[in-house]
Write a protein that binds this ligand. Structure first.
Ligand code: PMP
Length: 370
């Protein structure tokens, strides 16, 4: 791993050299926002650690304030915090289903969803990526009485495309299944008011569990499940990653609260617009040059390369040119579909985007990718 210094802005020091950062999920630039830093600093008066799991030493006021704010933001009865998105997915899924139940999971879902499903001991059925006709067939073939859970990324983390949420809501209702959406990459970022991929698809009401993370678009750390009071109460007593882990500390909770205020303000709307414009600018330039951006619809823009060796060489050559972008290979993505995973931020300037695109094009030509 590399040594990165400086806040997660568009330029950082990497192993002592300044590079343009094209692989951070700090989409809105909030990780170095003055309001978040001030809130975090003020909360340090309450100490650095939360001391224990919440079922052991209780809730801090900030835990309750943040959960109330998240529920109001997402328009659900309640919200429950988890320490990370990974802990949320493993905890939620293994709590909601168990032996005798079935999890239907998009083939390109995040690893933490796969791990949650395996941990649950439910039957694990993977459906072809975004293929709702195939999912419908699998749901109709399901035997036995157990509970069904359909789970999908809202925005797919390595492809940048958006799940067909309206169709998934319809299938969940028809087959009496629960629907869970992991909106790690959509929260704060997508939809007119940043509520995420559900808002973009106009279906927030039909999703039983909206999971989101606070360490990406929100620039802080942690994750949440936004759901009914019944589901949240159940998770408090059943989700092992919630029960058996020390809760988030005050400085992190306060930064998340401040982040929601920014996301919900005119500044948030401006940052989302800027991010969307940056993503289109970058993607259009790469596509014009002949790259395959793999159906990206968001600020996550993969550049298809294919073989693992070429992908890693591509990433290394870009680094020598001052562009920091990761090559992604198995097991993160299927063999033969290795890619550069480029992530845009609202804080990238047009000049920086042009510089990154031109360097990617020039290295891509040298490696005969285009
Ligand atoms: N879900 C998705 C779709 C993700 O991309 C990630 C993180 N990369 C996670 C969950 C895990 O979130 P966290 O980093 O907060 O553990």
């Amino acid at each position: 791993m590399r040594l990165i210094a400086g806040a997660q802005g568009s330029r950082v020091q990497l192993d002592g050299k300044e590079v343009l950062l094209l692989c951070s999920n700090n989409y809105l630039g909030l990780a170095s926002h003055p309001a978040l830093k001030a809130a975090s600093a003020a909360a340090l008066e309450q100490g650095t650690g939360s001391g224990a799991a919440r079922l052991v030493s209780g809730n801090m006021e900030l835990h309750e304030q943040l959960e109330e704010r998240l529920a109001a933001f997402k328009g659900t009865e309640r919200a429950l915090l988890f320490n990370t998105g990974y802990a949320a997915n493993t905890g939620i899924i293994s709590a909601l289903v168990g032996r005798g139940d079935t999890v239907f999971s998009d083939r390109l879902n995040h690893a933490s969803i796969v791990d949650g499903a395996l941990l649950s001991r439910a039957t694990f059925v993977r459906y072809p990526h975004c293929d709702t006709a195939a999912l419908e067939k699998l749901l109709s073939e399901k035997r036995g009485k157990g509970r069904c859970l359909i789970v999908t990324d809202g925005v797919f983390s390595m492809d940048g495309d958006i799940a067909p949420l309206a169709a998934l809501v319809g299938l969940a209702r028809r087959f009496d299944a629960l629907l869970m959406v992991d909106d790690a990459h959509g929260s704060g970022v997508l939809g007119a008011t940043g509520r995420g991929s559900g808002e973009l698809c106009g279906v927030t009401g039909g999703i039983d569990v909206q999971m989101g993370t606070l360490g990406k678009g929100f620039g802080s750390f942690g994750a949440y499940a936004a759901a009914s009071a019944e589901i949240c109460d159940y998770l408090v007593n059943k989700a092992r990653s919630f029960i058996f882990s020390t809760s988030l500390p005050p400085a992190v909770l306060a930064a998340s609260l401040a982040a929601i205020e920014v996301v919900d303000s005119a500044e948030g709307a401006r940052l989302r617009d800027q991010l969307a414009r940056n993503a289109v600018l970058f993607k259009t330039r790469l596509e014009q040059a002949g790259f395959d951006t793999m159906g990206s619809q968001t600020q996550i823009i993969p550049v298809f390369v294919g073989p693992a060796e070429t992908t890693m060489e591509f990433s290394q050559l870009l680094l020598e040119e001052g562009i920091f972008v990761q090559g992604i290979r198995p097991p993160t993505v299927p063999a033969g579909s290795c890619r550069l995973r480029c992530t845009l931020m609202a804080t990238h300037t047009e000049e920086e985007i042009a510089e990154a695109a031109e360097k990617i094009i020039s290295v891509g030509k040298a490696l005969h990718v285009i």
